[in-house]
Design a protein around this ligand. Structure first.
Ligand SMILES: Cc1cc2nc3c(=O)[nH]c(=O)nc-3n(C[C@H](O)[C@H](O)[C@H](O)COP(=O)(O)OP(=O)(O)OC[C@H]3O[C@@H](n4cnc5c(N)ncnc54)[C@H](O)[C@@H]3O)c2cc1C
Length: 472
């Protein structure tokens, strides 16, 4: 029966678009962090929205569940099938057309499988900025970005994937196509269906295209690295920049000393230009539509004020584009350095800024006392209160063994602290299968039941990414 289903699919889509050999399927069956590996009946590669709809209809009829997959760069195992071997992986990578750039409306209409960086480049070619920016932008797809409501380094100024999306095209669990590709900025016509699908990680529908916002490309950008002694000073610095630079502030990233030590171990060419190994290195970017001189002057005057207020102790302004790129590469490569180091325990959390200093101090103290020698790789989009509060094994200890033994108690400790400080256990990476079990306690009973009600209503057969985000 299952074999017949696959043969039928291959007959309608073409054999080369229905992968069944182990070696062909392998790259789709393990996640980026190599934490989750599953099995699949087939990996299916449709070439159009119509084909996606046709596949979903066939799956609904045969009661076969579907795991949508974009660039497979997510961190919570949402795009990896289970071990049954009865699910199909539906890769969106062939839906990769830019449908339209509408200069008057400042929007770009793209298919779900477009690589994020390609969209940025296409927009830039028309002198526009598509501001979503992640370390994975060379591989992740806009459909995956929307399905996870990705954040990244520009949220502070432009918002996350949800904020950048005006319209969406979705294949429902019944195989119907919802053409919601209106690029309207105002549309108060009842329930916001678009926002329901964004962030649903493939559990409510399959995103096949979207209308995304564009912005004028800034004419000047200045990037600086700044040294601070603690988080309280860092938050004060953010506040100062927000007051003085207002919308010119486009990046505010924090890197704690231990994260840069790990970075230098794996990427020795990425040494911190700031002297004396500061406790926190802050990457700040200002962007302007007026002139280089205007934004440079502003940056210098804010830094002078911060020095006078003693909230920073040192600063280096990038002298050219390649140094600015190096600063950003430092920030983006921390994740890569961590994976080079071996298994690690990631906690993508957000905490109200006002409580961040106390949260970090207390949580660092508790972890170091209970798990001596652990390395706390803290960095993140501080401007959004988003901290990647990651834990690596003590130097010289087998990272795999450490992660297996201590994942649960370390996670419990950190998430209990997150609850205490009224934060979130998933700021931007989503839930996937990794955080399925902790979601209920975190959301609370009422919100969790509402989520279940939605899932049951939209996907009564539970064929769309079952046991991801929510179990029904
Ligand atoms: C080096 C690195 C840096 C990163 N930095 C950031 C960061 O700064 N901010 C951030 O938010 N994330 C970051 N990520 C995580 C990841 O890149 C994002 O979550 C990204 O949005 C995932 O996109 P993807 O196309 O790879 O999706 P996938 O991993 O393929 O899928 C993610 C989820 O979305 C679902 N899905 C995928 N496509 C569709 C679709 N078309 N319709 C419906 N469901 C779909 C999948 O089923 C799965 O549940 C980073 C990852 C790496 C490797």
């Amino acid at each position: 029966m299952l074999q017949f289903f696959v043969t039928q699919l291959a007959a309608s889509l073409g054999k080369s678009y229905v992968l069944t050999q182990d070696s062909d399927m392998a790259p789709y069956l393990t996640d980026w962090r190599q934490r989750f590996t599953g099995k699949a009946l087939a990996v299916v590669l449709p070439g159009s929205t119509k084909e996606v709809a046709q596949i979903v209809k066939a799956c609904a009829q045969a009661n076969i569940s579907i795991v949508p997959q974009g660039g497979n760069t997510s961190f919570c195992g949402g795009a990896t099938p289970d071990n049954s071997g009865n699910q199909i992986v539906l890769s969106l990578k062939r839906l990769n057309n830019i449908r339209e750039i509408d200069i008057l409306n400042q929007t770009i209409s793209v298919e779900a499988g477009c690589i994020l960086q390609t969209i940025q480049e296409q927009a830039a070619a028309q002198s526009y900025l598509f501001p979503l920016s992640l370390g994975s932008q060379g591989s992740c797809q806009i459909g995956g970005n929307l399905a996870t409501n990705a954040g990244g380094t520009n949220v502070l100024r432009y918002g996350n994937a949800r904020d950048l999306c005006l319209g969406i095209e979705v294949v429902t669990a019944q195989g119907e196509i919802w053409h919601g590709m209106k690029g309207l900025r105002k549309d108060n016509t009842g329930y916001d269906l678009r926002d329901l699908f964004i962030g649903s990680e493939g559990s409510l529908g399959i995103i096949t295209a979207a209308v995304m916002k564009l912005y004028p490309l800034p004419v000047a950008q200045w990037t600086t690295l700044v040294a601070t002694q603690n988080i309280a000073s860092t938050v004060a610095l953010l506040n100062l920049f927000q007051k003085r630079a207002v919308s010119l502030l486009t990046g505010f990233e924090m890197m704690a000393l231990e994260s840069l030590t790990l970075l230098e171990k794996h990427f020795p060419q990425m040494t911190n230009p700031l002297q004396n190994k500061p406790a926190y290195t802050i990457l700040i970017e200002l962007s302007d539509h007026e002139s280089e001189a205007h934004v440079r002057q502003l940056l210098e005057s804010i830094l002078e004020e911060a020095l006078a207020l003693e909230i920073i102790s040192d600063a280096v302004i990038a002298s050219n584009l390649s140094q600015a790129n190096l600063f950003w590469h430092m920030r983006e490569h921390i994740t890569v350095a961590q994976s080079e180091e071996g298994a690690n325990l990631k906690h993508d959390i957000s905490i109200p800024l006002v409580a961040l200093e106390q949260f970090v101090q207390e949580t660092n103290h508790l972890l170091k006392a209970q798990f001596p020698g652990v390395r706390l790789i803290n960095f993140g989009h501080l401007g959004d209160g988003n901290l990647h509060y990651n834990v690596s094994a003590p130097e010289g200890i087998n990272s795999q063994k450490f992660a297996q033994t201590y994942e649960k108690p370390i996670q419990e400790l950190i998430y209990a602290q997150v609850e205490l400080f009224q934060g979130s256990i998933s700021a931007e990476h989503g839930v996937g299968q990794l955080k399925l079990d902790v979601l209920r306690a975190h959301k609370g009973v009422v919100a969790h039941e509402l989520m279940k009600t939605l899932k049951r209503a939209l996907d009564p057969q539970n064929i769309l990414n079952p046991s991801k985000v929510i179990s029904v």
